[in-house]
Design a protein around this ligand. Structure first.
Ligand code: TXA
Ligand code: MG
Length: 331
């Protein structure tokens, strides 16, 4: 299949129409969001939704997120308790997904048979326009299953060129890690996946509901609440280990690639040539932005394996460490 690459510089230009037409006619479109690129199909069309699973090699029990263009649309697709509307308004549009009880219009193919659905309203203007034009879009991240999520069109092309009808190129994703997922179907709001909106921020925003609980899932859990969280993810083919910054110097000018912050390079690894900078420690969002590109670089580099700096697990670093740990799980 020939993949159309549509470069969108101005989100308000008509270049998005091509992608919209592909969606409407039952095709798949990779599109930018402010978290990572998504691989979209019209959410109400079970046949095209099935194609997403085939193309990605995605396990059948891993549900997709449905992307909408406004908060008002939510009740067309899911049951929403009125008491949550003010908090949803505070956080959406944005890098957050809410799990709600689904209505029948959402096909079982989207939710992998669950009676709940993940709903997200992305803030990215291109995503917003695409949804307005095509209707609700079911989309996972636009990578092959197991690979790091794509944060630019080049990474999508690496994984999906020739496999999907259209890839939109609208530059780099701002946040760089996938949305925070909050399950609102339980007695207390439960965070299923940490992300750009931090646990600290959520505890503040959900204060009147007693804050949020964090549901820790890992490979050993058979039935985690977010099915996707049990799989090995984001992982380079070469081995990756997580190490304290002060032990990284043991690898200076060896055949191991060192992934670290600018600060660590400047203070501890001055003469090392085998270093890849993943961002600035004092600006954690730069690390989130570059993380998946850095993980993809490991396999492209001439080095045999890689080590990555360990971060304190708080604020955005908590979400960053969640991804790094999954990337470092052995095959
Ligand atoms: O930022 C994001 O969320 C990106 C962009 C494209 O929106 N999407 C994304 O999708 O990361 P994906 O498929 O890579 O991850 C979706 C996660 C999976 O872990 C899945 O199990 C979980 O969301 N999920 C989806 N629907 C769910 C549901 N009804 N209940 C529990 N977990 C759900
Ligand atoms: Mg994914």
């Amino acid at each position: 299949m020939e993949t159309k690459i549509v470069v969108v510089k101005d989100p308000y230009s008509d270049s998005i129409d091509v992608a919209c037409e592909v969606l409407r006619s039952g095709g798949l479109v990779a599109f930018p969001t402010e978290t990572v690129y998504g691989l979209g199909a019209v959410a109400t069309n079970p046949e095209t939704v099935k194609k997403i699973f085939e193309v990605k090699g995605r396990p059948q029990d891993n549900p997709l997120i449905v992307h909408l263009s406004s908060i008002e649309q939510i009740t067309n697709f899911a049951y929403l308790d009125e008491k949550f509307v003010p908090v949803i308004k505070k956080l959406s549009p944005g890098p957050i997904t809410f799990v709600l009880r689904k209505k029948d219009v959402i096909p079982a193919e989207v939710t992998a048979g669950l009676d709940t659905v993940g709903i997200r309203i992305p803030a990215h203007p291109v995503a917003h326009r695409l949804i307005e034009c095509s209707g609700p879009i079911a989309a996972p991240s636009a990578n092959l299953s197991g690979k790091p999520s794509p944060t630019d069109a080049q990474s999508v092309i690496e994984d999906l060129n020739g496999l999907v009808e259209c890839i939109i190129d609208a530059g780099q994703s701002a946040f760089g890690i996938e949305s925070t997922i909050v399950d609102l179907t339980r007695t207390k709001p439960v965070v299923l996946r940490p992300g750009p909106i931090t646990l600290e921020e959520l505890n503040e925003i959900f204060k009147e509901f007693g804050g949020v609980e964090y549901h820790k899932t890992n490979k050993e859990v058979d039935k985690p609440l977010a099915p996707g969280m049990k799989y090995r993810h984001y992982a380079p083919d070469k081995p990756l280990r997580i190490l304290e910054s002060n032990t990284l110097k043991d690898f200076i000018n060896t055949n191991t690639l060192i992934l670290c912050t600018e600060e660590t390079k400047d203070s501890l690894l001055k003469d090392a040539e085998n270093v890849y900078i993943i961002g600035q420690f004092k600006k954690p969002y730069t690390i989130a932005q570059n993380l998946y590109k850095s993980l993809r670089f490991i396999d492209k580099s001439p080095y045999s394996d890689a080590v990555i700096e360990k971060f304190p697990e708080e604020g955005l670093f908590f979400s960053i460490m969640n991804r790094i740990k999954k990337a470092a799980i052995k095959k």
